[in-house]
Ligand binder design. Structure first.
Ligand code: WQD
Length: 335
């Protein structure tokens, strides 16, 4: 029996594949490499000394998806594949809705056809929209503020409806906060296309000399130093959360959402200082206007994941910064 990992060549997918293989699972990866590189799969083999079966497959190609289920006995699916750039989703919403939602509908229909009803879905804290208070727990009101976030929210609702129609499904909806860091080897990591949207890859590209300076989006928020506060979580902790969720969906039916965060918030300027300390490299920055759509403060209440999955994030901000830097320093141009 194998675990199918869609988007397994991506940042969080590749780190999860490493932990799955280390835990003794057989995996099959499908990826269309639209936002990832095949080299990441070679690195997974290098790190784990295990073979990785993969297919270049786009979820919109139903025949190709079916062929994978024909060839392999799939026990469960971890579904990462999807477009995830907030700004891009505002510019090309139809592409995001088609790619993320139609792709998921095809995946679930093929799973149903082959009797595979264990699913771990890569959701996002962005489904909480503009939370009224923190920490955020899973029962908070949902309301995404951009097309990307709305695809995640709509897919969560689709999966809930799927369970209502057929309660033999077992589904975990994992709401990630802010994943950063990299595998301790420095051989896999975050490799965004073009200019990074997210904070940490922007910082590491400044530190390695690819970018001139960091723009800090606002220092007039009601926070410790005026800059935005987020719940940064080490990508390896996040990967371990997927293994715990996989165990859960393979043992009990139902649909449950879980926050995967540390429960601690750090400001942008605190992250810059922590990175400079961990790397020994100065990160020049300038304060600029707020970025539209940003919230001041966002961090998780991760109690439910601790109680129901037996999962807690263990890696601190120093390790996150150290590992992010090791990846970028060793791979200045990514894969
Ligand atoms: C973090 C903080 C920025 C870049 C996004 C998506 C979310 C999820 C994670 C997919 C904020 C500040 C950033 C920069 C900055 N992705 N910042 N200068 O916006 O919390 O979440 O990524 O699921 O859906 O919305 O992450 O890393 O973009 O920003 O000052 O060049 O860093 O204002 O306070 P965000 P981020």
């Amino acid at each position: 029996m194998s675990i199918l990992v869609t988007g397994g060549a991506g940042y969080i997918g590749s780190h999860t594949c490493v932990e799955l293989l280390n835990a003794g699972y057989d995996i099959v990866v499908i990826d269309n490499f639209s936002n990832s590189k095949i080299e990441s799969l070679n690195r997974i083999k290098e790190i784990t000394d295990k073979e990785v079966t993969f297919y270049e497959v786009d979820l919109l190609n139903r025949e190709a998806v079916e062929n994978v289920f024909k060839k392999h006995s799939i026990e469960a699916v971890i579904h990462f594949a999807g477009l995830k750039a907030v700004g891009e989703s505002v510019a090309i919403p139809l592409h995001y809705y088609h790619n993320n939602i139609t792709g998921t509908l095809i995946l679930c229909d093929v799973m149903k056809q082959y009797g595979v009803k264990n699913l771990v879905f890569s959701s996002s804290a962005t489904v909480y929209g503009m939370p009224e208070r923190v920490p955020i727990s899973e029962d908070f009101p949902l309301g995404a503020t951009n097309p990307y976030g709305r695809t995640k929210l709509m897919i969560e609702e689709i999966l809930r409806d799927l369970y209502v129609a057929d309660n033999s499904w077992s589904i975990a909806l994992l709401r990630y906060f802010n994943p950063i860091g990299a595998h301790e080897s420095g051989r896999i990591g975050e490799d965004p296309n073009g200019i990074p949207n997210n904070l940490m890859p922007f910082i590491t590209q400044v530190a390695v000399g690819k970018l001139k300076q960091l723009s800090v989006f606002g220092n007039d928020y009601p926070t410790v130093d005026g800059s935005g506060v987020r719940d940064y979580i080490h990508v390896v902790d996040l990967a371990h959360g997927h293994l715990k969720a996989l165990e859960k969906v393979m043992s009990a039916n139902g649909v449950e959402a879980y926050n995967l965060g540390t429960g601690t918030g750090y400001s942008v300027l605190e992250i810059v200082a922590a990175f400079e300390k961990a790397s020994g490299v100065e990160v020049p920055y300038q304060i600029v206007d707020r970025r539209p759509g940003d919230v001041a403060v966002c961090y998780a209440d991760a109690t439910k994941a601790k109680n129901e999955l037996g999962w807690v994030a263990t890696r601190g901000i120093e390790e996150m910064c150290r590992d992010s830097w090791k990846w970028q320093k060793n791979n200045p141009n990514g894969y």
